[in-house]
Design a protein around this ligand. Sequence first.
Ligand SMILES: [Zn+2]
Ligand SMILES: [Zn+2]
Length: 154
Amino acid sequence: MKVAVEEAQRKLSVYMRERGLKHTRQRDQILEAFFAAGGHVSIDDLLGQVQERMAGVGYATVYRTMKLFSEAGVAHERHFDDGQSRYEPVVDDEHHDHLICTTCGTIFEFEDPIIEKRQSDIATAHGLRVVHHRHEIYGSCIAPDACRHRARPT
Ligand SMILES: [Zn+2]
Ligand SMILES: [Zn+2]
């Protein structure tokens, strides 16, 4: 993940420079907190972690910064069925799809070459070249004790 954050820093500073935006320490800190948090964080999740590094950063700042990161191509904004915007770091040449438990909200990632191949064959059959796609499967954890919501703390 260390390599990925450095790549993101580079990508972001190119983006900022092209638009004449100033480089700020605060934005760096938010980027680092975001990459350290891993995948699928909401603004609320991230806010707590940003505040651990820098007290006094508000929701609006984190919100605006994450929008900027999406535009700069260092964050993917995801909208799953819970209605919250979630963000995950962009790792070049990496693609995955998601499975979401509608009971506990756990988000799993998967990549299946057969599904990927089928999707692009289907697109080709319709005269399309795939630019990107989103594949989300909603389900419910089968084992009750695997489900964070249903699991009873011992
Ligand atoms: Zn993901
Ligand atoms: Zn579950």
